[in-house]
Write a protein that binds this ligand. Structure first.
Ligand code: HEC
Ligand code: HEC
Length: 450
């Protein structure tokens, strides 16, 4: 039989061992809580607050001026561009409009690996929301303005598949389009003499259209090019209206800056706060995804693979020659800019580090825009985060990112944070649907930046 005294001693030593184990466990937890994602969120430091403020839409200026497009901010040009954007008659088969791939309900992107119209494009469709802020268009930046970009899909065989001569003829034959065009840009060229102006012609893609183009005089080619460029300028004026609206993240930062704890708790979970802290801290996302649109608009190689049957995509490095050769670039004949306005083009980076580099996309448009990356290589945000976590060697050029070595819970927190960046599009609803026949050309933004 065990005596009373020895039983008490036994109980005591048991309790002490348990306490020691619990203490050791808590110490281990505290040491690793950051890794396990279990630390209580600490208050934001002054530096962090300044960084958070720089990421909100509150201080975002209007899109930068577009000196190469003199109607960039003309509401009547935007109204014309709005109609062109949704008009499937501007295509070889009468079925494709810009909105076929840039779908308003998907933040002007689409849920496809590659753009799909008459054929398939080589890369993933980009969202157009906020594109007006970037000096370069496309994943590789092979166009230097929204208006020069807009001309490209209209003639691409896999996209709208038409030719500039037919488009200018179509505008001239439609009384409403003609009136809207001429009130902005002056008279359209007289295309009635078919010996001078064939029915279909363009200098690119289709062999018989190219032949017809070569037979035209340089003056007549120039007149058609100018009218074609003007269609792009009207479309660009419309695209400049597609601006990102505030997200839950912006509301959270306002609450933090106002010191409103209750509001902060209502807006952001602890996991989302931890994800944000990783984003601006150890995960280094902020190095490239910064400013109110969460992009530096620069080109980086992040080590993405191409599909097995394809050559690796040379990205920005190959696009440099293309943007310089584009007759519709800022320094070209159809630009409204003076040479001093074309600094981006004159002083662009051209180094070897741009091999395989793509433009950093905004992270404000992630909801409903999967798959992600330039070829839609990654299906979910978790796949994107796992990619950054591993940072594999690039197929071409060098991956600029380093493995993050984050734990599962940290990746989950980052993912939750990324979801807080989605918001609406900051423009009146009428601009997000195909236009009705006569639309008053006014523009009011729904959100007034503070
Ligand atoms: C076949 C589907 C498709 C059609 C039709 C289409 N696009 Fe695109 N768009 C894409 C794809 C794919 C990309 C990215 C391609 C790349 O980077 O190589 C893109 C990129 C863009 C970009 C660049 C955005 C940025 O931030 O860099 C703009 C602007 C754009 N398209 C506008 C238009 C306009 C305007 C039209 C109609 C005239 C149009 N697109 C028609 C698929 C399409
Ligand atoms: C070195 C610059 C750089 C860093 C650092 C970086 N990114 Fe990116 N990010 C890019 C570029 C460039 C792309 C486009 C890559 C491509 O398609 O080739 C991209 C694409 C993305 C996309 C896909 C968006 C879309 O619409 O397809 C997401 C999401 C993303 N990054 C999130 C993050 C997160 C989260 C971090 C931090 C863990 C991070 N990025 C770190 C440059 C960077």
């Amino acid at each position: 039989m065990i005596s009373y005294a020895s039983r008490t001693r036994w109980l005591w030593s048991g309790t002490l061992t348990l306490l020691a184990l619990a203490a050791a466990f808590l110490i281990a937890l505290a040491d690793n809580c950051e890794h396990l994602g279990l630390c209580p969120p600490a208050p934001w430091s002054a530096d962090e607050l300044a960084l958070l403020r720089s990421m909100t839409l509150d201080n975002i200026p209007p899109p930068p001026a577009s000196p190469s497009n003199r109607v960039a901010d003309n509401p009547r040009a935007a109204a014309l561009g709005h109609r062109l954007f949704f008009d499937s008659r501007l295509s070889a088969n009468g079925k494709i409009s810009c909105a076929s791939c840039h779908r308003p309900e998907n933040h002007f992107s689409e849920s496809q690996t590659r753009g799909r119209a008459i054929g398939f494009t080589e890369r993933n469709t980009m969202s157009l929301v906020g594109s007006a802020y970037s000096p370069w268009q496309y994943w590789d930046g092979r166009r230097d303005s929204l208006w020069s970009q807009a001309l490209t899909p209209l003639e691409h065989p896999a996209e709208h598949g038409g030719n500039r001569m037919e488009y200018v003829r179509f505008i001239a034959a439609d009384p409403q389009y003609r009136a809207a065009y001429e009130s902005l840009f002056g008279p359209l060229p007289d295309l009635s003499d078919h010996r001078r102006f064939p029915l279909a012609a363009t200098p690119i893609h289709n062999e018989s259209w190219q032949r017809a183009w070569r037979e035209m005089t340089p003056e007549d080619q120039h007149a058609v090019n100018r009218a074609f460029a003007n269609l792009g300028k009207a479309i660009a004026a419309y695209e400049r209206l597609l601006l990102p609206g505030p997200s839950r993240f912006d509301a959270y930062v306002s609450a933090v800056l106002a010191g409103d704890e209750k509001q902060q708790q209502a807006l952001f979970s602890e996991g989302e706060i931890r994800g944000l802290r990783l984003f601006i801290g150890p995960a280094k996302c902020i190095d490239c995804h910064n400013g109110p649109l969460l992009t530096n608009n620069e080109f980086h190689n992040t080590g993405l693979l191409s599909y097995s049957a394809e050559l690796p995509d040379r990205g920005r490095r190959a696009a440099i020659t293309r943007v310089l050769a584009d007759p519709f670039n800022c320094s070209g004949l159809y630009s409204d800019a003076s040479e001093q306005d074309c600094l981006e083009l004159r002083f662009m980076r051209t180094g070897k580090e741009l091999l395989g580099a793509m433009r950093t996309p905004s992270l404000r448009n992630l909801a409903n825009t999967e798959p992600f990356m330039h070829k839609g290589q990654l299906n979910t945000l978790m796949e994107v985060l796992e990619h950054y976590n591993q940072a594999p060697a690039a197929m071409i050029g060098h991956n600029e990112t380093k493995p993050l070595k984050l734990g599962r819970r940290q990746l989950k927190n980052l993912e939750s944070f990324l979801h807080t960046l989605s918001g609406s599009i900051d423009v009146e609803p009428k601009w997000l649907v195909p236009p009705t026949s006569s639309e008053p050309a006014t523009v009011t933004r729904t959100h007034k930046p503070g």
